[in-house]
Design a protein around this ligand. Structure first.
Ligand code: ADP
Ligand code: MG
Length: 872
C-alpha cells in the first residue's frame, strides 16, 4: 500500500488550493468531511468530534471532522454566521457509475453576504452583500448593496475624507459582508470590521470602470447604464461591478433575477448618520437585543415584504413634499376605512415571501414546496385587489391605485404550478411524487410500467400460493435482496423444487425464481428512470417560471408597499396618531406630542408636550430641568415625529406642522463608545465637529447635555460656543433643541435673540420632588441630582452628606459673587478677546477698590467728581 495521499485526498488538495480562505466541505457519501486545519476549526467552532484518517502529504495522520449531509445546511449556517466562508464540494456524478474516483466539484461558496437558503437567513430584514470602491482621486467611495435573495441592487456614494459617512451607510443598511479591492487603504477594512462586517478582499480588476460596465451591461442586457440613473456615479458603478462579480463567482450562477440597479442619490432622502440612527433607536435598540425601537412600534405588517419595506422607509424618510403627501393620502384613506383596512390586512395574512421565492427560482434552488407556497399565495392576489376596491365615494388615492396596478395575478404561473405539481409534494424532488399524473405523458408511461410491475407481483403471489398450496406464502421486498418469496418453517415441505434458496431466517426461508428476478430488474429500472424524469420535468418548470421573475418581483414590491400602508394606518388608529401638515418651511409646530416608543412602555399616562420651533423665529430651545425630568425623552420625541411625518406616517400628537428637515443630528454627551477604544470626550467632540461641518438651515439638531465628558469649565465653554455657532450671525439657523446641565448657560438667552429658555416643571413637597414632565418657558437652576441619588437607593449617610456639601458650596458661590469676583473667569476670556488684563490705570485701580456700600450718597458723589477730574 502506498503511503501517499489517496486519489480522493488529492482531489481534496486540488479543491483546497482553488478556494483559499474557505472551509472546504467535501462530500464523501452521506457525509460532508473536513480535513486538516479545516477539521480542527470545524471541531472547535461547531463542537463536533475530531478524528483522523488517511495521511497528509507529509504522511502524517490527517485530522478529520464530518457532518451528515442532511444536517449540512445547519452546520454551514452556523459557520457562516461566525464569519467564515464555506466552499461546498459535492460529488457530481453517480458513484455507482464512476470509473475510478468519483468526480467532485465546488458547487457553491457560501459567505456571510451571499447566504440564500431560507434556513440560514435568520433575520426578516434584508441581507446585503456590499461592494466598495475608491474613486480615482481617492476623494469619494462608491458603495453598492445587493440582496441576492431578492435581487435588490442599488448604489450610492459618500465622501472618503470623513469616515463617519462610511459608518453611517454601513449602519443604515447593515450589510453582512463587504467586498473591497485588495489595494484599498487600510482604514476601510478596519472601519468595516469594527461595525461587524466580514471583509473580503477581491481582485481590483473587477472594480475597474471597464470591467464593471461590461459586467453590469451584460447582466441587465443593456448597452449603457444611463437608464438606471447611474450617470456620474462612476465609483458606485465600480463598486457594483466588484460586488456582482463576486456574487456570481461564489454562487456559480448567472443570478438572472438581478435585473436592475438603482442609484440612491444621497440627496433624495433625509440624511441620518449612524450616531443619530443609534440614539433615536429607529430600527435597533441601543442595548443589545432591546426591541424598544420605532420599528417595533410601527410594525404591524403581515408579510415579509412589508416588514422589509417598512424598515427601509424608516431609515430613509423622504424630503420631497409631493412624495410624502402621496404616502399620507394612501394612509389617510385606509385610516378612514377601518372595515376595508381590516379585510385588506386579513387578505395579506400569511401571504408568503414571494420575493425570496422568485429569487430562488432564478437562482435555480427553488424546491417543490416553494412552488406550492407561491401558488397558494398568488391565488389570493385577486382577494387583495378586491379588498382595495373603494366601498364609499372616496376614490382610491394614487399611491394605492398604483400598488394595485403593479400587482399581477400571474395566472400563467398559477395554472402551470397547479397542473404540474401534486397538491402536497415532498421537500426534495428526488423523493418522487412531485409531478402530477397526466401532466407529462413520458412520466405517465414510466409510472404505469412501475405500477403494472407491482400489480404483476401481487398476481404472482396469488399464483404461487395456488401452485404450492402454501396459504401464508408472501412476496416481499427489501433494499439488500430485492424481491423474494418467503415461506415459514411449517410449510417448508411444500416448497417446489424450482425454488432457489436465497437466505435462511430463524422462522423460515427466502427464495427466488428467474421470472421474479427479471421483473425486479424491470421495476427498478423504471423507478430509476422515474426519479430522473421527475427531476427533469421539474427543472423544465423552473426554467419556464424564470421568465416571470421580474413580474413576480414587481408584484412583491407592491404587496410590500400596500402592507406598509395598512400597517401604518392600523397603528395610527390604534394609538391615536394624526396626519401631519407638511410644509416646505422652517417651521416645526407640535401640539401635545408624545414619544411613540416611551408612550407604549409606560403604564401610567405619558404627559404630552408642545414644541414650537422656527428657523427664523424661535430657533433654539435651551432646556434645563432636573435629572430624570424628561429632557432626553422630549427631544427624541421631536426628532421621531419629524421622521415619522417624512416617511409618510401619522404622528403621535394632537396637531403637527412639519417643515421638511434635510438632516437630523443627535448627540448625547459622553456616550460611552468603549468598543471603538476612543475616549468618550474625544468621541463627543468628533461627533460635534461632524454636526458643525454639515448642518444646514433646514436641519434639526438635538444636543443632549454635550460637554459632559470634560471639566465643568471646558464643558460649559464648549457648549456655549456651540450654541453661539448654531445661532450664527444671520437671520436664521438650524432648528435646535439643547438640553444642558450647565445652568449658567440660560444666560445666553439675552445674547442670542432666537434662543429661548424652557425647563421641565417639578413640584417640591417638603423633601420630596414630583416630576410633572411638563415643559414650560423660563429657566431653572436646580438639578435635584441628590434627590435622584436618594431615589436610586444611594445610602442615606451619603445623600445626607451631599446635601450638606451642596449648601456649603451654594453659600460659597454666593459670597464670592458678592465679593464681585467673576464667577467664570474662563467665560470672560471667551466674551472679551484679550481677556482680563492687570491694569495700571490709577483711575481704574481706585474705582475697582471702592466699596460703594460703605459710602454715604454725599461721599459717593464727591468721589465721582474727583475721579472724573483725574481721568481728564
Ligand atoms: P432627563 O433626560 O431629563 O434626565 P429622561 O428623558 O431620561 O430625563 O426621562 C426619564 C424618565 O422619565 C423616562 O425614562 C420616562 O420613563 C419618564 N418620562 C419622560 N418624559 C415623560 C413624559 N412626557 N411623560 C411620562 N413619563 C416621562
Ligand atoms: Mg437625559
Amino acid at each position: 500500500m502506498s503511503k501517499g495521499p489517496t486519489p480522493a485526498m488529492r482531489q481534496f488538495y486540488d479543491m483546497k488550493a482553488q478556494y483559499p480562505g474557505c472551509v472546504l466541505f467535501f462530500q464523501m457519501g452521506d457525509f460532508y468531511e473536513t480535513f486538516g486545519e479545516d477539521a480542527e476549526l470545524v471541531a472547535r467552532e461547531l463542537d463536533i468530534t475530531l478524528t483522523s484518517r488517511g495521511r497528509t502529504m507529509e504522511g502524517e495522520r490527517m485530522p478529520l471532522a464530518g457532518v451528515p449531509i442532511h444536517a449540512g445546511e445547519a452546520y454551514i449556517a452556523r459557520l457562516v454566521k461566525k464569519g467564515y466562508r464555506v466552499a461546498v464540494c459535492d460529488q457530481v456524478e453517480d458513484p455507482k457509475k464512476a470509473k475510478g474516483v468519483v468526480k467532485r466539484d465546488v458547487v457553491r461558496v457560501i459567505t456571510p453576504g451571499t447566504v440564500i437558503d431560507s434556513a440560514m437567513l435568520h433575520t426578516a430584514g434584508q441581507s446585503y452583500l456590499m461592494g466598495l470602491s475608491v474613486s480615482k482621486k481617492g476623494k469619494r467611495l462608491g458603495l453598492a448593496f445587493l440582496d441576492i435573495t431578492t435581487g435588490e441592487f442599488f448604489i450610492t456614494s459618500c465622501r472618503s475624507e470623513d469616515a463617519a459617512d462610511l459608518t453611517s451607510a454601513v449602519d443604515r443598511h447593515m450589510p453582512s459582508e463587504c467586498v473591497v479591492p485588495e489595494d484599498s487603504p487600510g482604514w476601510i477594512p478596519r472601519i468595516l470590521k469594527e461595525r461587524g462586517v466580514v471583509v473580503t478582499s477581491y481582485d481590483p480588476y473587477h472594480f475597474t470602470r471597464d470591467a464593471s460596465i461590461n459586467l453590469l451591461c451584460s447582466q441587465f442586457s443593456v448597452a449603457s447604464l444611463e437608464g438606471f440613473g447611474c450617470a456620474g456615479m462612476e465609483e458606485g458603478v465600480c463598486a457594483a461591478g466588484g460586488c456582482l462579480a463576486y456574487a456570481k463567482e461564489t454562487q456559480k450562477s448567472e443570478l438572472s433575477h438581478i435585473r436592475t440597479i438603482s442609484a440612491m442619490v444621497p440627496s433624495g432622502t433625509m440624511v441620518l448618520d449612524s450616531i443619530t440612527l443609534r440614539n433615536l433607536e429607529l430600527v435597533r435598540g441601543i442595548r443589545e437585543g432591546s426591541d424598544s425601537t420605532l420599528l417595533a412600534v410601527l410594525d404591524r405588517t403581515r408579510t415579509a415584504m412589508g416588514g422589509r419595506q417598512l424598515r427601509s422607509d424608516i431609515i430613509a424618510p423622504l424630503i420631497d413634499k409631493a412624495g410624502i403627501e402621496e404616502r399620507l393620502d394612501a394612509l389617510e384613506y385606509l385610516f378612514n376605512e377601518p372595515m376595508q383596512r381590516t379585510s385588506l390586512r386579513e387578505s395579506l395574512h400569511r401571504f408568503s415571501d414571494i420575493e425570496r421565492i422568485a429569487g430562488r427560482i432564478s437562482y435555480g434552488n427553488a424546491g417543490p414546496r416553494d412552488l406550492v407556497t407561491l401558488r397558494d399565495s398568488l391565488v389570493r392576489i385577486p382577494v387583495i385587489r378586491g379588498a382595495c376596491i373603494p366601498r364609499g365615494d372616496t376614490p382610491l388615492p394614487d399611491a394605492l391605485a398604483s400598488c394595485i396596478e403593479g400587482m399581477s395575478t400571474h395566472d400563467t404561473i398559477v395554472s402551470l404550478i397547479a397542473s404540474a405539481l401534486t397538491d402536497e409534494p415532498p421537500v426534495l424532488v428526488k423523493t418522487g411524487g412531485v409531478i402530477r399524473d397526466g401532466y407529462d405523458p413520458r412520466l405517465d408511461e414510466l409510472r404505469s410500467i412501475s405500477h403494472s410491475g407491482k400489480d404483476w407481483i401481487a398476481g404472482f403471489q396469488q399464483e404461487e400460493r395456488e401452485r404450492t398450496g402454501i396459504k401464508s406464502l408472501k412476496i416481499a421486498y427489501n433494499k439488500v435482496f430485492g424481491y423474494y418469496i418467503e415461506v415459514t418453517k411449517a410449510n417448508l415441505h411444500l416448497v417446489p423444487p424450482d425454488y432457489i434458496r436465497k437466505q435462511t431466517m430463524s422462522n423460515g426461508e427466502r427464495y427466488t425464481l428467474p421470472v421474479l428476478q427479471e421483473m425486479e430488474a424491470k421495476i427498478s429500472n423504471a423507478e430509476e428512470h422515474l426519479t430522473a424524469m421527475e427531476a427533469e420535468i421539474f427543472s423544465e418548470i423552473i426554467t419556464a417560471l424564470n421568465e416571470h421573475v421580474s413580474a413576480l418581483q414587481e408584484t412583491a414590491r407592491n404587496i410590500g408597499r400596500i402592507d406598509v400602508f395598512a400597517s401604518l394606518a392600523e397603528v395610527a388608529a390604534l394609538y391615536g396618531y394624526v396626519r401631519p401638515i407638511i410644509e416646505d418651511s422652517g417651521r416645526l409646530l407640535i401640539s401635545d406630542g408624545r414619544h411613540p416608543v416611551v408612550e407604549r412602555s409606560l403604564e401610567s399616562g405619558f404627559v404630552p408636550n408642545d414644541a414650537e420651533l422656527d428657523t427664523g423665529g424661535t430657533q433654539i430651545l435651551i432646556i434645563t430641568g432636573a435629572n430624570m425630568a424628561g429632557k432626553s425623552t422630549y427631544m427624541r420625541e421631536v426628532a421621531l415625529i419629524c421622521i415619522m411625518a417624512q416617511m409618510g406616517c401619522f404622528v403621535p400628537a394632537d396637531q403637527a406642522v412639519i417643515g421638511i428637515t434635510d438632516r437630523i443630528f443627535t448627540r448625547v454627551g459622553a456616550f460611552d463608545d468603549l468598543a471603538s477604544g476612543q475616549s468618550t470626550f474625544m468621541v463627543e467632540m468628533i461627533e460635534l465637529a461632524n454636526i458643525l461641518n454639515n448642518v444646514t438651515d433646514r436641519s434639526l439638531v438635538i444636543l443632549d447635555e454635550i460637554g459632559r465628558g470634560t471639566s465643568t469649565l471646558d464643558g460649559y465653554s464648549i457648549a456655549r460656543a456651540v450654541l453661539e455657532y448654531l445661532h450664527g450671525r444671520g437671520k436664521s439657523g438650524p432648528r435646535t433643541l439643547f438640553a444642558t446641565h450647565f445652568h449658567e448657560i440660560v444666560e445666553v438667552e439675552s445674547d442670542l435673540k432666537r434662543a429661548k429658555n424652557y425647563h421641565f416643571a417639578v413640584r417640591e413637597t417638603g423633601s420630596d420632588v414630583i416630576f410633572l414632565r411638563k415643559l414650560i418657558p423660563g429657566a431653572t437652576d436646580r438639578s435635584y441630582g441628590i434627590h435622584v441619588a436618594r431615589l436610586a437607593g444611594v445610602p442615606k449617610p451619603v445623600s445626607a452628606r451631599a446635601e450638606d456639601i451642596l449648601s456649603i458650596e451654594r453659600t460659597r458661590v454666593m459670597s464670592t459673587e458678592r465679593g464681585k469676583t467673576p464667577r467664570y473667569t474662563q467665560m470672560l476670556l471667551i466674551d472679551a478677546p484679550g481677556g482680563v488684563k492687570e491694569t495700571t490705570d490709577p483711575v481704574l485701580i481706585e474705582l475697582r477698590n471702592l466699596d460703594p456700600d460703605s459710602m454715604t450718597p454725599r461721599e459717593a458723589l464727591a468721589k465721582l467728581y474727583e475721579l472724573q477730574k483725574k481721568a481728564q
